[in-house]
Design a binder for this molecule. Structure first.
Ligand code: IPD
Ligand code: CA
Length: 260
């Protein structure tokens, strides 16, 4: 486990990507990775910077990260899980809803997470047993929310549209039982928004660990529940379909997913 001082140091390092992001954004170089799947010079620059800086400070901790850079991504019992930019499509569209997302995995689970939106200067962070914070303020999930009043966000699984028919049928079923739906374009921010009560639940099929690992720590510390769609702890190496929710609405949503 990182101690308090180390958590502050890593959080400051992640916040330190702001000027780099501003500088790289001006160049706007976009590469297509796959159908509707993009990477930019910003993603690569943030990943390189954090990889180098974290290695200097914590040489014994390896890293898995979204943007493959030709170097082997070694997994050990302790490693960082990094998405240099979660919400790359938003970044390309100047949507202002993207985040740097960094988690620490150790002893079979994630114990520290920071999710930083450089456009709003909001930093969500948490360490196991230390609480969850938005900048300096403690956050918690919405209390006693009932399903008909719930604001739910969903991810559209944009890189595999073959699932759209099935998934949108499920979303329709949930939409009809809740107050309204949102789609932000960043799974990491969506889960943090559940953690601080802006939203009551979030779901998306087949996410990558770097999309949810950091936010999972933040949500759990904020009193929320995060599982895969079979009610198990999410995977931290492989993909998982994610349900993240305030406890008041988790069970009913999980049932709707199971009987999809
Ligand atoms: C994506 C975002 C998006 C979600 C996709 C993710 P990326 O991450 O979190 O909201 O719908 O499934 O892959 O590609 O921008 O890092
Ligand atoms: Ca990304």
């Amino acid at each position: 486990m990182l101690d308090w001082e180390q958590m502050m140091e890593v959080t400051a390092l992640v916040q330190g990507t702001r000027s780099l992001i501003e500088r790289e954004l001006a160049k706007a170089e976009v590469t297509v990775k796959g159908a509707a799947d993009y990477v930019t010079n910003v993603d690569f620059a943030v990943q390189d910077y954090l990889k180098t800086e974290l290695r200097k400070r914590f040489p014994q901790i390896s890293m898995i990260a979204e943007e493959k850079d030709g170097q082997e991504q070694k997994k050990s019992s302790r490693y960082w899980i990094l998405d240099p930019i979660d919400g790359t499509t938003n970044l390309i569209h100047h949507y202002q809803l993207s985040a740097v997302s960094l988690a620490l995995y150790e002893e079979g689970t994630v114990t520290f997470g920071v999710v930083y939106n450089p456009f709003t200067e909001e930093t969500f962070w948490a360490g196991t047993g230390c609480g969850a914070y938005l900048n300096d303020m403690p956050v918690s999930v919405s209390s006693d929310v009932a399903l008909p009043d719930a604001l739910v966000s969903f991810g559209s699984n944009p890189y595999d549209k073959g699932q759209a028919h099935r998934l949108f049928a499920l979303f329709e079923k949930i939409f009809l039982k809740t107050a309204d739906f949102r789609r932000t374009g960043s799974a990491a921010l969506d889960i943090c928004y559940v953690a601080c009560g802006r939203q009551d639940a979030f779901l998306e099929w087949n996410l990558k660990p770097w999309d949810y690992a950091a936010a999972a720590v933040i949500l759990k510390e904020a009193g929320g529940v995060i599982t895969d769609w079979s009610h198990n702890e999410p995977e931290w190496i492989k993909n998982s379909s994610i349900l993240a929710a305030a406890p008041g609405v988790y069970d009913e949503l999980q049932k709707m997913i199971e009987t999809e």
